[in-house]
Design a protein around this ligand. Structure first.
Ligand code: SIN
Ligand code: FE2
Length: 214
C-alpha cells in the first residue's frame, strides 16, 4: 500500500529520506525482552496522559527511561531529570533498549549513538500523534531511533516544512526507523491507531523513541 515510493536497499531496509532509514522488523526478535523492560520501567514510572502547553491531553499515554525524560504540561515541552509524578529520577535505560538503539543507528549510518532519553508512547485504538518535529533536545547532531511494537500504524514522515506532504509508511511489530543528519528535524506523526488484536500486545501499540537530549 505505501511501499511504492521506497527506494529499497535490500530486503529489510528502505531509505525513506536523506539520512532516514526504515529497518523492517529489526527489533522483532527482541520483542519479549523489550516489552519486559517496558513493563519494568512502567512499574517505576507509570504511563500517564500528559497535557500540552495549550491545555489539551496527549492521546498516547507516556513514560520515560534514561537520564532525561520528555515531558509536557502547561509550562511547555522540555526534558526533565525526574518524573514529575514521583519526584524520582526516571528508571535507567534498560541495556536491551540502549543496545538495540545503538545497533540500529549504526546500521543506518550513525555509529556511536548513545541515547540518554527514551520516550515510551502507548497507543490504544483511536490514539494518534499529530505531525511535529522533535526539537526539544540540546542539539541535533544525533539521530532519532524509533521502535514500534504491537498493532501496525500509519507513520507520516514529512520534510523540514510542516506543509511538505508526508510519506505514509505502515510501521508494524519490530520495525525500526532511524532519522538524522539532514532529516533530523523532519516532521513526523502517526495517524489514529486502527483497532486490532496483536498476538503479543493485544489492542495496543508501543513506540520507543530514543534520543540524545543533552
Ligand atoms: C513520536 O514521534 O513521539 C512517536 C511516533 C510514533 O509513535 O511512531
Ligand atoms: Fe516525535
Amino acid at each position: 500500500m505505501t511501499n511504492d515510493f521506497h527506494h529499497i536497499l535490500d530486503g529489510d531496509r528502505a531509505q525513506i529520506g536523506v539520512g532516514a532509514v526504515l529497518l523492517r522488523r529489526r527489533a522483532a526478535g527482541l520483542d519479549r525482552d523489550l516489552l519486559a523492560a517496558v513493563e519494568a520501567v512502567a512499574g517505576q514510572a507509570a504511563f500517564r496522559h500528559m497535557t500540552t502547553p495549550g491545555g489539551f491531553q496527549m492521546s498516547a499515554a507516556m513514560t520515560n527511561c534514561g537520564a532525561w525524560g520528555w515531558v509536557t504540561d502547561r509550562a511547555g515541552y522540555r526534558y526533565a531529570g525526574e518524573d514529575p509524578l514521583t519526584g524520582q529520577p526516571w528508571p535507567a535505560l534498560p541495556p536491551v533498549i540502549a543496545g538495540l538503539a545503538a545497533a540500529a543507528a549504526a546500521a543506518a549510518g550513525f555509529p556511536g549513538f548513545r541515547p540518554d532519553a527514551c520516550l515510551i508512547n502507548r497507543y490504544r485504538p483511536g490514539d494518534r500523534m499529530a505531525l511535529h518535529q522533535d526539537r526539544d533536545e540540546a542539539g541535533f547532531d544525533h539521530p532519532i531511533v524509533s521502535v514500534s511494537l504491537g498493532l501496525p500504524v500509519i507513520f507520516q514522515f514529512g520534510g523540514l516544512n510542516r506543509t511538505d506532504r508526508p510519506r505514509r509508511i505502515v510501521l508494524g511489530h519490530g520495525d525500526v526507523v532511524v532519522w538524522g543528519g539532514p532529516s533530523r528535524l523532519a516532521f513526523h506523526g502517526v495517524l489514529p491507531l486502527k483497532d486490532g488484536d496483536h498476538p503479543v500486545l493485544g489492542r495496543c501499540r508501543i513506540n520507543l523513541t530514543l534520543r540524545r537530549a543533552h
